[in-house]
Write a protein that binds this ligand. Sequence first.
Ligand code: CTP
Length: 410
Amino acid sequence: MSSKRILLIIGGGIAAYKSLELIRTLAKRGISSRCILTKGGAEFVTPLSVSALSGDKCYSDLFSLDDEAEMGHIELSRSADLVVVCPATADLLAKASGGHANDLASTTLMATDKPVLMVPAMNVRMWEHAATARNVATLRADGVDVMEPDTGAMACGEFGPGRLPEVEVIADRVEASLARLTGPKPLEGRHVLLTAGPTREPMDPVRYLSNHSSGKQGYAIAGALADLGARVTLVSGPVSLAPPRGVDLVQVETARQMMAACEAALPADVFVSVAAVADWRPATRADRKLKLKEEGKGPPTLSLSENPDILATISRMTEGRPELVIGFAAETDSVEENAALKRERKGCDWIVANDVSGDVMGGSDNEIALVTATGVERWPRMGKLLVARQLAERVADYFVDSGKPRVAAE
Ligand code: CTP
């Protein structure tokens, strides 16, 4: 295990005690923590327990001559690979988004040149307050990774979002962030083109045909491929997700716009078609809102035109076809058989067969089978992030094994 270090800022909330468990969990994974305890944090956990568990000094005072003699706050802010704020209170989020620097924690967040991961925990009303939503949006736009809190019963007796996520889940996120920052980059110099999310096919200015795709799986795969060093172009339909770090996002609405954006982004070494592209669009798009209820007339007829099949089009390119083309097959029955047929019909190399009979669309888990020319590999049910990481590893392995030169490096 390599020695990796985080700088952990412990804010003043009831969840502060869980930061102690986080220090231990990370230590077991070979990640050491250097800690800053805020004034509020010290009301919930003691510097002594923090220091005993981290095996390091616990820093808390911006104006401490002792601390400054040992390590100045600027140096402290850069002494780790990643800064983690856990729990990130409403106050810490507000300070960080507004650029305040009046104590050691906020000064460190302003002075650091390292990526920052924030793990919010607070009362449900505070989390849902417009000010907090604004601060979180600002921080995310500034490139800070702000985790979503869990939903459930809170220490204050209320119920809703605002709970600190499970310590193991936080540790996974820390580990993934560190892997991204310090891990090997086998896809360096490769260009990956990826589609995600639904498409929206307008009938008139207010109505459209679409589907329930959340974009979660596609965004996770884009992020995992970028983590392995790929240059990723993510062509996305309308979703409510922040793009992963280091990914070039192209936003589109319709299937035809998605097709055009993909063509514009080629050449690529890999094409991953995760989007739930609408197969059909209303044959005409009215400029004005259609009157769908007319006295004496029955239900209106909707004429449809076929959309381009983006996956099949790219799979069948005779010139400049990406080396590896991966499709998805959303199926509700005979999943593997249908996926294998779809692979041949569309002409792609791999197909990720996806059982969407449960709560996959919008949910966090996925159960998939990878169908290639040589057979079917069933993966156990797992989180979409893990599916993404494993698929990205498989793509990296493919290029290592094929020994193919990089064709689309910028
Ligand atoms: N796909 C695409 N363009 C389309 C339709 C689908 O690129 N117009 C891609 C999807 O991104 C996915 C794969 O094709 O990678 C299969 O999508 P799916 O919806 O499962 O299949 P369909 O082609 O729609 O076939 P069916 O509805 O009959 O299952």
